[in-house]
Write a protein that binds this ligand. Structure first.
Ligand code: ASP
Length: 581
């Protein structure tokens, strides 16, 4: 038996017991006549003591040779500590060692295995198995496990069944590039890894399994932004015989359960907002509503006043920054530079100081009098002591820019409290989205999303205006889930493919199986998928998903620990009938 107790378990009630412990050597303090060792495992740290008077000499000698991260087993007696450590559960006791076995020696780790480590991120990724020994990483993985278990329990109780769908499939159109896998047995042919189980879960509905879920890996070959991973996990769900309201209800229930169980936060009813309203008020389809700073559109009061920049803009829009009048001129200039950076791309920023005495001082005083500026303040909701920041330009662009500024300022002003949770359903997304690059419409969600019946007539005349039965669940300014009510008849589905520019042949080749299935009695259905990695991070008050993935990839999509991707042998290439250029 390697251990009778874990290293997080023993306390004063165990004094005088003979115990066996195993674990890693965290720290050795060697005073010559007395040695203390901190022994660590997943559960905690227990202090071991070896001393000249009570420990046999051979064992003391061996203890002297222990190095950091050696794996050892000890037997000994639990005794009361002279200097207690109230910060850890085992802090009242120590184990007087009578037997010591080195189970495995260890090389000196390349960084310290402590809560505060000296290792840089790349190095820790390379030795991820060592990083996982550290509390902050370990605790995040344990937290993730708690969340996934709560999800499974809840959905199972609600009568969902967990079904696995295949990974070797063909392209699912979620808007990213596919990862492809060559087939040895089918020369010149390739599988695609699923960007999501979308088509399979719809087929499960045709199959009659009317409540499905799966905690599942999805693969998308995208350029990696800071917080994306090429493989990530979804809580993927689908239901049959449901309308949008049923889905929102079911998954609001799941999210409410998680917030309560994991964070002890109770939220009665999640607010809802249409996509249009979200864009107008926050310039963003995933607004963080933990703080105000709603957009105020100023066209009516700011145009036709000789200020040409505003006159020729499609949209003039501002936000009131609470307490922002305390910013120095230099700080405001810096903010202006910030919005002018190419990543944001604003041409400039107009500001209005709202003085305590009720007067205004703006960067465009030449064109606007106090009365004008008072109107701006009324529209943006600015109060004395605030600063109004105004951007102008093409509607979509300027909204995105002001949204970025809003988030940045909220971050700087500490308005994004990670302990506060503000979920929001964003509904009525547009069905289609114009793509400048390819000069055509794309499905905003995916091609299986149903248009709102009353909008179908707009498909020919004003496709951009067609709304979909599509929704996102937003939590603290992050999209944590998204889904839709699906098309379930062949006619609408092929109409949709037409509008997305698929020829009949292409549609048949790519999605013939789904269209066929729809001819055998497809029930009305819809679903949603949550991004598990992000959901877990946010529930834990963080925003980076990488920490919540046991073995994540770096920003270039590499696993630096196993060194993948990597070239393959000539013989393997040959077997796969592949030739490299
Ligand atoms: N498959 C969709 C996605 O990955 C989710 C859904 O529509 O259920 O975003």
């Amino acid at each position: 038996m390697y251990r009778t107790h874990t290293n997080g378990e023993l306390n004063a009630s165990n004094i005088n017991e003979e115990v066996t412990l195993s674990g890693w050597v965290q720290k050795v303090r060697d005073k010559g006549f007395m040695i203390w060792v901190d022994l660590r495992d997943r559960y905690g740290i227990t202090q071991l003591i070896f001393d000249e008077e009570r420990t046999p000499k051979a064992i003391l000698d061996n203890a002297q040779k222990l190095g950091r991260e050696f794996v050892i087993q000890v037997k000994g007696k639990v005794i009361e500590r002279t200097s207690k450590n109230p910060n850890i559960p085992t802090g009242e006791i120590e184990v007087l060692v009578s037997e010591l076995t080195v189970l495995n020696e260890a090389l000196l780790p390349p960084f310290t295995i402590e809560d505060e480590t000296d290792g840089g991120e790349e190095l820790r990724m390379k030795y991820r198995y060592l990083d996982i020994r550290r509390n902050p990483v370990k605790e995040k993985l344990i937290f993730r496990s708690k969340v996934t278990q709560a999800v499974r329990n809840y959905l199972s109780k609600e009568n969902f069944i967990e079904v696995e769908t295949p990974y070797l499939i063909k392209s699912t159109p979620e808007g990213a590039r596919d990862f492809v896998v060559p087939s040895r047995m089918n020369e010149g042919q390739f599988y695609a890894l699923p960007q999501s189980p979308q088509t399979f879960k719809q087929l499960l509905m045709v199959g009659g399994l009317d409540k499905y879920f799966q905690i599942v890996k999805c693969f998308r070959d995208e350029d990696l932004r800071a917080d994306r991973q090429p493989e990530f996990t979804q809580i993927d769900c689908e239901m049959a015989f449901v309308e949008q309201e049923d889905i929102l209800d079911a998954f609001e229930g799941l999210t409410r359960h998680l917030l309560k169980k994991i964070n002890s936060v109770e939220i009665e009813k999640f607010p809802r907002m249409t996509f249009e309203e979200a864009m107008k008020k926050y310039g963003n389809d995933k607004p963080d509503i933990r703080f105000g700073m709603e957009f105020g559109e100023l066209n009516e009061v700011a145009q036709h006043k000789n200020f040409n920049v505003f006159n020729k803009a499609e949209l003039v829009v501002g936000i009131a920054v609470p307490g922002g009048n305390s910013f120095t001129r230099k700080e405001i200039d810096k903010l202006t530079d910030w919005v002018k950076r190419p990543q944001i791309g604003a041409l400039g920023m107009v500001y209005v100081r709202c003085n305590d005495d009720g007067t205004y001082k703006s960067s465009v005083d030449k064109f606007y009098d106090q009365e004008d500026l008072a109107k701006w303040a009324a529209i943006t909701g600015a109060k004395a002591g605030d600063l109004i920041c105004v951007l102008s330009g093409q509607t979509n662009k300027v909204r995105a820019q002001l949204s970025a500024l809003r988030m940045e300022l909220a971050e700087r002003l500490g308005l994004r409290n990670p302990k506060e949770f503000a979920p929001l359903w964003v509904v009525d997304f547009p069905l289609l989205e114009w793509d400048e690059e390819t000069n055509r419409y794309h499905a905003m969600h995916h091609p299986f999303t149903s248009p709102k019946p009353e909008d179908i007539k707009l498909l020919d005349t004003d496709p951009g205006k067609v709304r979909a039965n599509a929704y996102d669940l937003v939590l603290n300014g992050n999209e944590i889930g998204g889904g839709s009510i699906r098309i379930y008849d062949k006619t609408t589905q092929s109409l949709m493919f037409d509008h997305l520019g698929f020829t009949k042949e292409e549609a048949k080749a790519q999605f013939g199986f789904l269209m066929n299935a729809f001819e055998y009695g497809a029930p009305p259905h819809g679903g949603i998928a949550f991004g598990l990695d992000r959901l877990v991070a946010i529930l834990n008050g963080q925003e980076t998903i990488r920490d919540y993935i046991a073995f994540p990839k770096n920003n270039s999509g590499r696993d630096v620990m196993i060194d993948a991707p990597a070239p393959i042998d000539e013989s393997q290439l040959k077997e796969l009938n592949l030739k490299l250029r």
